[in-house]
Write a protein that binds this ligand. Structure first.
Ligand code: CTP
Ligand code: CA
Length: 227
C-alpha cells in the first residue's frame, strides 16, 4: 500500500514462482490432482512483492485470491505450467512451490467416459510429467537462486537432500506432511531449509510467517555475490 514504507531490498529483482496444484485431465469432466491449497506459495509471492521484487507467479487451480502486487498466470496442467515458467525466464530467482502432479493420463478422452452396463471400470494409463523445478535448475537461463519445496511423509531430510542435487536447486524447503501434522490445507507449517551447507530448522509458525522469513532470506541471498 502507499503507507508501506519498509525498505525494498528486492527492488529491481525478478522472481518466477509456481504455486497450487496441477490438474491433469482424464476426460472433459474429470481430472487427477495433488492436494494443495496454494496458501504457502501465494503467501511467499506476496511477501516477495512486499520486499520490492517483480514477482511472476504461475498458479495452478486454487480457490484463494491472487496475491497482492503479483502478476499471475493461471494454468491447469503441469505441461502448461512448465511452458508458462519457461516463457518467464530469465529471472534472478525461482521459487517452485507448486504440488505438480507427477503423472498425467496417457489416454485423455475427448468425450466424457460413460459407464457401460456390465463393463469393467476404465483403466488409466499414466505417463510422467515434466519436472518443472529440475528444468529451471538445469536451464541455460538458470536463475542465480533456485528454491524448491519437498513435502514428505517419511525420511524428510534424506529425501530433501536428494532433491537438491537431482533438481539443481540451491535450497529445498522441506516439510513433513504426514497426516498428523495438519499442514495440508492448514494455516501453519514447520519447515527445514536444506542447503549444501546444512539444515536450518524453523519452528512451527504460520504460513504467513514462513513466507516473510523465506522472502527475507531470499533477499539476503540475492544481495550477496554468492548464494
Ligand atoms: N516439482 C516440479 N515439477 C514436477 C514435480 C515436482 O516442479 N513435475 C517441484 C515441486 O514444485 C517442488 C519440488 O519439485 O518444488 C519437489 O517436489 P516433490 O513432489 O517433493 O518431488 P518429486 O521429484 O516429484 O518426488 P516425489 O514426489 O517422488 O517425492
Ligand atoms: Ca512429486
Amino acid at each position: 500500500t502507499l503507507l508501506d514504507s519498509r525498505p525494498k531490498p528486492l527492488a529491481g529483482k525478478t522472481i518466477v514462482m509456481t504455486s497450487g496444484p496441477t490438474h491433469e485431465p482424464i476426460d472433459p469432466v474429470r481430472y487427477i490432482a495433488n492436494r494443495s491449497s496454494g496458501k504457502q506459495g501465494h503467501a511467499i509471492a506476496a511477501a516477495l512483492a512486499r520486499l520490492g521484487a517483480t514477482v511472476h507467479l504461475v498458479s495452478g487451480p486454487v480457490t484463494i485470491a491472487d496475491p497482492e502486487g503479483v502478476s499471475v498466470t493461471h494454468v491447469e496442467s503441469a505441461r502448461d505450467m512448465r511452458d508458462a515458467v519457461e516463457r518467464l525466464l530469465p529471472a534472478d530467482a525461482a521459487v517452485m512451490v507448486a504440488a505438480v502432479a507427477d503423472w498425467r493420463t496417457a489416454n485423455e478422452a475427448g468425450e466424457k467416459i460413460k459407464k457401460q452396463p456390465g463393463a469393467a471400470a476404465p483403466a488409466l494409463q499414466m505417463v510422467e510429467n515434466p519436472d518443472i523445478l529440475a528444468g529451471v535448475g538445469h536451464s541455460k537461463q538458470r536463475p542465480r537462486l533456485v528454491v524448491g519445496f519437498a513435502a514428505e511423509t517419511q525420511d524428510l531430510l534424506a529425501n530433501a537432500r536428494k532433491k537438491l542435487d537431482k533438481k539443481g536447486a540451491d535450497w529445498i524447503v522441506a516439510n513433513d506432511v504426514s497426516h498428523t501434522t495438519g499442514v495440508m490445507g492448514g494455516d501453519r507449517n514447520a519447515v527445514r531449509i536444506v542447503t549444501r551447507s546444512g539444515v536450518e530448522e524453523w519452528p512451527d509458525m504460520s504460513k504467513e510467517e514462513v513466507a516473510e522469513r523465506l522472502a527475507a532470506r531470499i533477499a539476503a541471498a540475492l544481495q550477496t555475490i554468492e548464494v
